[in-house]
Design a protein around this ligand. Sequence first.
Ligand SMILES: Cc1cc2nc3c(=O)[nH]c(=O)nc-3n(C[C@H](O)[C@H](O)[C@H](O)COP(=O)(O)OP(=O)(O)OC[C@H]3O[C@@H](n4cnc5c(N)ncnc54)[C@H](O)[C@@H]3O)c2cc1C
Length: 426
Amino acid sequence: MNNKIVILGAGITGLSAGINLGAEIFESQEIPGGLCASYCMSPDAKKHYSFSCGKSYRFESGGGHWIFGADKMIKDFINKFSITRTYLRNSAVYLPDFNLYVPFPLQNNLSYLPPPIKKDILREIRNPGHYKGIKTFEEWLEASFGNTLCKLFFSPFHDLYTAGLYKKIAPVYRYKTPFYKKLIIEGAGRKTPAAGYNASFIYPKEGLGELVRKLAGKCRIKFLKKAIKIDTSHKQVFFEDGTNVKYGKLISTLPLNKMINLTQCRIKEESLPYTSVLIVNIGAKRGERCPDYHWVYFPKSKAGFYRVGFYSNVDASFLPSSSRKKTERVSIYVEKAYCGGRRHNIDIKRICGKIVEELKSLRFITEVEVMDCNWVEVAYAWQYPDSNIKEEVIKVLKDNKIYQIGRYGRWRFQGIADSIREGLAT
Ligand SMILES: Cc1cc2nc3c(=O)[nH]c(=O)nc-3n(C[C@H](O)[C@H](O)[C@H](O)COP(=O)(O)OP(=O)(O)OC[C@H]3O[C@@H](n4cnc5c(N)ncnc54)[C@H](O)[C@@H]3O)c2cc1C
């Protein structure tokens, strides 16, 4: 009997599983880290993965990746490789119609809103638990927060963030959209304490990319091994370069919808909805109205983005070393979502142009020094109401000795800390 364990994917989940199990990891890219990989760029040089960045801006492949929800065990594990700092979240919602920044989460900070709007919202806020007959995320938002708050923020924001899917998918991530009536009422009268899953976060002093490199140093990884087919009857993974590997147990961190295709599992891929995200990383001269927030959520934007993050407002090490003590430059990430699987229709160059134009008109930036885009094909995994297809696929794969782990493997919302925890527990 073949007892060999093989791991697919050297993202943060695969690396943690690799450290735990000592098994070989097969990774399609030439570097480890997946969405947690970092890279550097200077105006006169190409993208590079060396972390003595000098004159370069530092960016992350998946946009700002701040480690939330880390308990003592995870912090101790990370600190063995790279010392971390703790940060208190400083984020806001921007309401362009009022030219107003309201601290996140908006629903707990109604005191910032014009009084007539606040009054309407308070009248419409429901009692928690009245969800009979609620099927979709849109219905859940409306049933929780009422019409005024949905019109002001939740509906247009989720339209951008889920690329319209919030009208069809099941309610999700209640902890991402906290709904505590008591806090909402309190926040209408005074400042309330920060709430939500990422009220504080940690981040490695040397950057996430360096942490990932150190984790990878403890693993056995074969790079440039893109799995293109899995023969479940002979327990064999075939790679794009013509090679293959036999397994007794396969630990996969690959997105569940991709595994359906690789294993030729007889389930329709469309039954697992998802959004893709275009990440636009920008290094620029700081504009006069560039805010100090770590990131800002947008319910409306001409270019269609839903969030602008400011790496260098979290940590100056994202800036070229000569600029770290000054406020003349800024390192930014912008996120724009698309309905999963629609990449072919997208003119990325045109969109980047529109994003830059809008950031300039908001006076967040003046001159762009470097810009780079990354496409995250499966960024947010959703489910249709009453669907148990995800559980079915995971079970079919498990029956074939394929164990799906991680955010995309198990098709759910999960951050870095939980991904490490899952890899270490595999
Ligand atoms: C826009 C965005 C922002 C986020 N922000 C945060 C944040 O601030 N904080 C936080 O904690 N989390 C954040 N997350 C979540 C975080 O990115 C994930 O929880 C984590 O990175 C998942 O790691 P993973 O290893 O499971 O997946 P991945 O990072 O996707 O790794 C999978 C690996 O598999 C490889 N692979 C794919 N296909 C194949 C193939 N066919 N053959 C071989 N290898 C393959 C990939 O190259 C990759 O290296 C964010 C996610 C997104 C999309």
